[in-house]
Write a protein that binds this ligand. Structure first.
Ligand code: ADP
Ligand code: MG
Length: 392
């Protein structure tokens, strides 16, 4: 359970409410159009609640990286359509006009401040900048789960100046992730894949204390296989993490966690849809070949584990799913999760993209909107943007 106050725990009526949303949406490089409005749609519940309760609403968010100076104009447009109400973009937060507009907002009116990353002060969590942002509200609502793992001016800094609570998206994310990892229906099966052992050491270590079964996939497989003395050909391997991999295997044994590595895999000489592929044992990859997806025996093995699970937590694709040649393992895992009666939770940006690609999003219990934030949560870390909010 989340122990933080939410918008429901405070009176927002006729108050100016500063809402930090996650409007960091992907834009088409050529047309500048929004290619997925998922994050905007996910923010509507909180915004509509505030509107229904007669708040004066001041939205803010970052989009893209500092220095890129991307405008939130397409977001303001899309929001206006979705909310059936004009959402005015306030381009210059230093201007008198912006102050005027914000201080004279009517109840239910909604404005959007321009990209908080137009200045370096945002990521530096500069207190002067945070204070300026805070001056636009009387209450702060953080609903940007995607940046909750960062202590920036608009996520953490502002909480020093305003009473601060969470929105519905943050509440939903934390409840799903917390339930899945800390209070799961057992057996709890975690599938951890992706590109690197190094980026997943934290998750693997934290999950060893929580899960009943750990299934490994993706490129990190080969660092583990190497640690066991197998032949991995040209597969990705982090030589400096072989010892860490051996240590994780040992800990799993000590803790009684069933940690399974793939038994077979799809190998090829290059990552391409035109190249010839072969199936072989995961520890007998010929020279010149790379392991790029889990093989059919592993798919069956892992499906069996998913079938008997009470909860499945998945982070990291089990193959190079961006290529048709190497997507089957990831697709079959996603399908097995969608078909199972288990609570199914997906964290990680690329894993969520894979589930979306296969059209299985609606059949999962929870697909996190925050790649990095969900990963840090799974590592057992505290998220500063959430820690800073008022306790219940
Ligand atoms: P997430 O964003 O879900 O946490 P990661 O960022 O850790 O996942 O990893 C995703 C990437 O891992 C994908 O781009 C995928 O192509 C790559 N990947 C998966 N398996 C392999 C493999 N066997 N070899 C190389 N790359 C792989
Ligand atoms: Mg990723």
């Amino acid at each position: 359970m989340i122990n933080k106050k939410s918008v429901k725990d405070i009176d927002v009526s006729s108050k100016r409410v500063l809402v930090r949303c996650d409007f960091n949406v992907p834009l088409d490089k050529e047309t500048g159009e929004i290619t997925s409005d998922k994050r905007i749609v996910e923010s509507l519940k909180t915004i509509c609640y505030l509107r229904d309760h007669n708040a004066k609403i001041v939205l803010c968010s970052h989009i893209g990286k500092t220095g890129k100076n991307i405008s939130l104009a397409p977001v303001a447009k899309r929001l206006s359509e979705l909310l059936n109400q004009e959402v005015r973009l306030l381009k210059d937060i230093d201007s008198e006009e912006t102050k005027n507009v914000v201080y004279h907002l009517a109840e239910k009116e909604i404005v959007l401040l321009e990209n908080t990353r137009m200045t370096e002060a945002e990521e530096a969590n500069d207190m002067e900048f945070a204070k300026k942002l805070a001056s636009f509200g009387e209450i702060f609502v953080n609903d940007a789960f995607g940046t909750a793992h960062r202590a920036h001016a608009s996520t953490e800094g502002v909480t020093h100046f305003l009473p601060s609570v969470c929105g519905f998206l943050i509440e939903k994310e934390i409840e799903a992730l917390d339930h899945g990892i800390n209070n799961p229906k057992r057996p709890l099966v975690a599938i951890i894949g992706g590109a690197k052992v190094s980026s997943k050491i934290g998750v693997l270590t934290n999950l060893l204390d929580k899960v009943d079964t750990l299934l490994i996939g993706g490129a990190m497989t080969y660092t583990f296989v190497k640690a066991q003395g197998g032949k991995i050909g040209n597969s990705l391997c982090e030589e400096d993490k072989v010892d860490v991999a051996a240590e994780i295997l040992k800990k799993a044994l000590e803790k009684g966690v069933r940690m399974l590595l793939p038994v077979d895999n799809v190998v090829a000489k290059e990552i391409s849809n035109d190249t010839e592929t072969k199936i072989c044992g995961v520890d007998e990859i010929p020279d010149g070949y790379m392991g790029l997806d889990i093989g059919p025996k592993t798919i069956e093995l892992y499906k069996g584990e998913i079938e008997v699970a009470g909860t499945v937590v998945w982070n990291g694709p089990v193959g190079v799913f961006e290529y048709q040649n190497f997507e089957k393992g990831t697709r079959e895992i996603a399908k097995a999760m969608a078909d199972s009666n288990a609570v199914t939770i997906i964290g990680g940006g690329d894993s969520a993209a894979a589930v979306e690609k296969f059209g299985l999003e609606d059949r999962m219990s929870h697909v996190s909107t925050g790649g990095g934030a969900s990963l840090e949560f799974m590592e057992g870390k505290k998220l500063p943007g959430i820690e800073a909010l008022q306790d219940k």
